[in-house]
Design a protein around this ligand. Structure first.
Ligand SMILES: [Zn+2]
Ligand SMILES: [Zn+2]
Length: 176
């Protein structure tokens, strides 16, 4: 989107990135262990003033994530509301002129001419991802000794005595 075509009063933009295209982008990232299972959809409002651009709106996509405890894949719907500022690289310090509060938004740099809204959406998908991916809140993870997935049942190591007082609590909850 060319920035000189954005009206000062703002403009609504609805865009959709095809799932295949999004995954091509995600797969180029280092250490990416996730993919999209739906198109990436964005509904934003864009403002521009003196070369600064503000993008506010929502991005949504369904992702396939890997559980950080048991390594299973699971679906995770991202619905992320955001507001970010883009500053041309030569004018980093004008944020205050717009009477905004930079501390509650992220300020990024762009080339001053054109803002790629698809990239904005990709960025926001990352920010909408959980800090720690878990297939379920009480995922039991893998046994540190034999590597078995403990969600599928206890492994043989389980028969050895364990001394965590929380285990007692767990048993009580199950029976109650
Ligand atoms: Zn898990
Ligand atoms: Zn085990």
């Amino acid at each position: 989107m060319r920035v000189n075509q954005i009206p000062e009063e703002g403009k609504e933009v609805v865009l959709k990135v095809d799932v295949k295209k999004a995954n091509k982008y995600f797969s180029l990232l280092k250490n990416s262990d996730f993919s999209a299972t739906s198109d990436v959809e964005g509904k934003v409002r864009v403002w521009s003033k003196d070369g600064m651009v503000i993008v506010e709106g929502e991005v949504s996509v369904e992702l396939d994530l890997t559980c950080s405890r048991c390594l299973a894949h699971f679906r995770y719907p991202v619905v992320h509301h955001f507001r970010s500022i883009y500053s041309p690289f030569h004018e980093m310090c004008k944020v205050e002129d717009l009477e905004l509060k930079p501390y509650d938004m992220d300020v990024s740099i762009y080339n001053g001419v054109e803002l790629d809204l698809e990239n904005v959406l990709y960025e926001q998908v990352f920010l909408g991802m959980p800090d720690r991916a878990l297939c379920c809140p009480d995922c039991k993870g893998l046994c540190p000794t034999c590597g078995a997935n403990l969600n599928e049942g206890p492994c043989r190591c389980e028969s050895e005595p364990r001394f965590s007082p929380f285990d007692v609590l767990k048993n009580l909850k199950l029976k109650g």
